[in-house]
Each structure stands twice: as C-alpha cells, then as structure tokens.
Write a protein that binds this ligand. Structure first.
Ligand code: DGY
Length: 322
C-alpha cells in the first residue's frame, strides 16, 4: 500500500524528520520559512495529513468546503487556538496535539520570567554590555524579593501546576489559583495551592500572576485595563500561554503608569510582531521559548508521529482534540 502523503510545514528536529520520512511520503520544509496561507489551503487537496505549528494560522475560511484529502492535522504543540476546530470537524478532519511533554520546560520558563522581572536581570545585562555599570552600590538596581511572596496561577492545568510546584518548593511561595473547573485536592496539595473563587481575587492578592488558560476567542483580552488595575502596584504578570489573553495596549499603559511593576512575556497576540507600545516598556520580552529545549521539541515531534501512526493504522488516537 502507498505510504500516506504528509506535509510538515516547518523544520522539525532531525530525529523526528527522519522518523516521518521513513514511515510516510513526507514533504518537509527545508527553508523553514512559514508557509503562505494559500499554500496551506491548496495542501488540503494534495496530502493525507498536514502537521502545522502555531506559526500556521488555520481559520475557517482556509478549510475546504467539502471533505478534503487531508484527514488529520497533527499539530506540533499543545495549544491549538490557531486552528478552527469547528471548521476541521465540518471538513471531516481529525486534530491532535502534544500535551504533557512540554509542561516542565514551559514551567521552567515561567519561573525564569518571574525572576528576570523581579530581579531586573535584562535591565542589568543591558547596563553591563553598554558599559554603563559604575560599580557596586547599596541602592543599585534593587528588585523585588520573590521568596515567600504569593504566586497566583490563572488556569491550573498541567503547566500552571508545574510552575506552582517550582514556586512553592523552590522559593517557598504561597500559591493561589483560579480555574474554571474543579481541581482534584491531591493536585492542589502538590504545591499547597489554595483556590480562589475568581480571576479578580487572584489578581488582587498575588505578587506574581502567571497565565495558563487557553487562547482563542473565549479568553481574548481577558487581562484588560480593569483587571490589571486590580493587581498590586508591585505586581508582576507572566504570560507563557497565548498572547491574545492580554490586551497589549492596556498592559503597556499599566506598565508605563506603574499600575503594575513588571511583566514577563513569551507570547504575543500577532507573533512575531511585538506592539511598539510594549517595546517601549520595561517588560521582559522573549521569543516564544516555552518548550524550546532539544529534548522537549523532539518529544513533541515524536508525539505527533505517534498520533499519525495510530490514525493511519486505524487505532485510537492518543491525543485527539477534535
Ligand atoms: C504550544 O505547544 O502550544 C507552544 O506554545 C507552541 O505552539
């Protein structure tokens, strides 16, 4: 039987590309340039599977009106708000993702960002490299003490809980969280986390707030000017989830007016564009590095391959989201 034809839209770790090329008639993307939407739209008629990433936007209008040749989208990533799941379902296309394998590394980056903001590390590095450091002095670049402070988590899923464990066990932080769904007591106990009954309560009480809800329309600009105003003037906001959760202009205004003290961002509403207003603030800005370790990026790719293998073998899919 002919091998299924698959399209991999970006460069993936070599070990995964090798596996996919062995099992499938795989079209890889050696240039690693994001594919144009019309090229993806036409791919629906040419391939049996497409393996997209967050850099491929798949809104409803890109999907074929009738059943397409593509029967599965094996998304490389846990978040899938860049794919219109209803349109995929209507076109008879299954969608899978890569949960779990990236939780620890992304949680590491949450803590990195929190510390970078609290301890003003980007600012300090810039000062040193620019030759502006004039030597040690008692009041130089004083930041905020993280140990013993309160860590607020909005969305207590895998990544939020992993970050909470690091904050609690590594830094003795008190953990509070809000989640729209009930959390099993043993999962909350891992970081001695206390639940709060609203987003607002967490924003009001925490010294550092980390966002871990899904992106997409349901949480679009959830963190707006009104909610930022509930945070402490010493408060720090961290976002490794999805950019659209924060109203970027409202955040830039809140940072400039000192409504909050700082922000650490790894994700943006219209990546890779960073709003000019945010570039002019003291926010720490990273280029979507949450899962960017060799081991994790390989594990994510292997998970996509496992899902494709199961699909084409007619077996149950390990990570089906639609
Ligand atoms: C994820 O896995 O969702 C990462 O943010 C990359 O898409």
């Amino acid at each position: 039987m002919a091998k299924p034809k698959i399209l991999v839209t970006r460069r993936w770790p070599a070990v995964v590309e090798k596996r996919l090329s062995k099992s499938y008639n795989a079209t890889l993307n050696p240039t690693d340039v994001a594919m144009a939407s019309n090229a993806i739209a036409t791919a629906f008629a040419k391939y049996d599977a497409i393996c997209p990433t967050i850099s491929d936007k798949l809104p409803a209008e890109l999907f074929p009106q009738s059943r397409s040749r593509v029967r599965i989208l094996g998304n490389y990533g846990v978040g899938f708000s860049h794919i219109d799941l209803d349109a995929a379902k209507a076109a008879g296309i299954v969608v899978t993702n890569t949960p779990g394998v990236l939780s620890e590394c992304t949680a590491d980056l949450v803590i990195t960002l929190m510390l970078m903001v609290a301890r003003r590390t980007s600012e300090g590095e810039r000062q040193v490299r620019a030759g502006r450091w004039t030597g040690w002095r008692p009041t130089h670049m004083m930041g905020a003490k993280v140990s013993g402070a309160t860590f607020g988590v909005l969305g207590f899923g895998r990544i939020g809980r992993s970050a909470a464990k690091r904050a609690h066990h590594g830094f003795g932080m008190k953990v509070i969280y809000y989640d729209a769904f009930p959390i099993a007591p043993d999962l909350a106990a891992e970081s001695a986390a206390q639940s709060r009954d609203s987003i607002e309560a967490v924003l009001h009480e925490a010294d550092a707030v980390s966002l871990h809800m899904p992106g997409g329309a349901e949480n679009f600009h959830l963190i707006n000017a009104e909610r930022l105003a509930l945070m402490k003037p010493t408060g720090i906001l961290v976002n490794t989830a999805r950019g659209e959760i924060i109203d970027g202009q409202a955040l830039a205004d809140a940072l400039r007016s000192r409504t909050i003290a700082g922000a650490g961002l790894d994700v943006y509403e219209d990546e890779p564009t960073i709003p000019a207003a945010l570039l002019q603030t003291n926010a720490v800005l990273l280029p979507h590095l949450g899962s960017a370790t060799r081991a994790t990026r390989e594990a994510m790719g292997m998970m996509v391959a496992d899902n494709l293998d199961a699909f084409f073998a007619g077996e149950n899919l390990p990570n089906r989201v639609a």
